[in-house]
Design a protein around this ligand. Structure first.
Ligand code: ZN
Ligand code: ZN
Length: 334
């Protein structure tokens, strides 16, 4: 008798769906890739065929300037792959277009989460719990110390800093895909109606979100405005631009970073962050463990982060689990 789930294998450069000869989020170019979402550590260019949501394909087109072999699949739509494998894309609540992929073959169900979170996000539909036999979960923040505060609390901190310093601006380092748009949408939801200023590197992704129906309010480019016009404003830039020459054009900026890593004070200090904002697009420890309990799979495979603590947790709760050793995943998207 073949080993259970022998048709799905974790290889160093991705998850291989053997009968269909396709790969999930491969770190190398392959003939057929199923891509969970647009972050660079999951979505790479150069595949023969790329199966992903229309949003993810549009993000990949923006980043790689090619649409060769793009095969769109809507949420909850099932596509038949070679070898008798069905794939269904299910919302993961991580960024625009992000999906978990449900694979069904020979009566067995495997869910690959990609990156996910359980907190509400105004820019994408929420994670859906999907029963399965094998649950392959990310573990970026897989330590009990990671407990993300409510996003409203962090947004209030940001707005307070702006209000308290009308002569300065608050410069927030945020990833260009996902974090930036979520912050803007949360600021709007909190009643912030002023224009929000962008580093040029963020503009196209924000426009893409708007094309998919996410309302971000009035956005302006920093480069079109004088120092005086930026006093009392919120400015967003990629984290890498926080301390570079570009920021000298800003009026005495208060520097902030929006990231789950801001829970670690040392990281905030290393990056000269005055205003650490703990806002993450990944599940924290409580969300990871609750999700495993709710999905209630026969086996949990853990990847992409801090596998050991979550593995221990599964063992303590009499759950079968194993850690996968995939390469090529970074923190582009925390
Ligand atoms: Zn990731
Ligand atoms: Zn991601």
């Amino acid at each position: 008798m073949p080993a259970a789930f022998g048709w799905i294998r974790a290889e160093p450069h991705g998850i291989h769906v053997v009968p269909a000869d396709c790969w999930i989020d491969p770190s190398q170019p392959v003939d057929r890739a199923l891509v969970t979402h647009g972050h660079g550590d999951h979505a790479r260019g150069g595949h023969g065929q790329t199966v992903a949501t229309p949003e993810t394909l549009a993000i990949m087109e923006l980043r790689y300037a090619t649409r060769d072999g793009a095969t769109p699949v809507e949420y909850r739509e099932t596509i038949r792959l070679p070898g008798g494998v069905d794939a269904t894309y299910i919302p993961a609540g991580h960024v625009l277009g992000s999906a978990q992929i449900l694979l069904e073959h020979a009566g067995e169900r495997v869910v690959v989460t990609g990156d996910y979170k359980r907190r509400p996000d105004p820019t994408c539909p929420p994670f859906e719990v999907t029963p399965c036999d094998v649950f392959i979960t990310e573990a970026t923040f897989g330590l009990p110390v990671f407990c993300h505060p409510p996003v409203g609390q962090e947004i209030a901190k940001l707005l307070r800093a702006v209000g308290d310093h009308p002569q300065r601006c608050v410069l927030v380092g945020a990833y260009a895909l996902g974090k930036a748009q979520r912050l803007i949408a949360e600021l709007r939801a909190a009643g912030h109606r002023e224009p929000i200023y962008l580093h040029g590197a963020m503009e196209r992704m924000c426009r893409l979100y708007e094309e998919f129906g996410v309302d971000l309010g009035e956005l302006r480019l920093v480069s079109d405005h004088s120092k005086d016009q930026l006093r009392g404003a919120i400015v967003l830039c990629p984290p890498g631009a926080l301390n570079d020459r570009w920021s000298r054009r800003l009026p005495d900026p208060i520097t902030a970073i929006a990231s789950g890593w801001m829970r670690v004070r040392q990281r905030a200090r290393q990056q000269n962050v005055e205003l650490p904002l703990i806002v993450s697009d990944h599940a924290d420890w409580g969300e990871l463990t609750r999700t495993i309990a709710e999905v209630n799979p026969a086996e949990t495979w853990i990847t992409h982060g801090r596998e050991e603590a979550l593995l221990r947790w599964c063992q303590l709760h009499q759950r079968r689990a194993r850690a996968l050793a995939l390469v090529g995943y970074e923190d582009e998207d925390d």
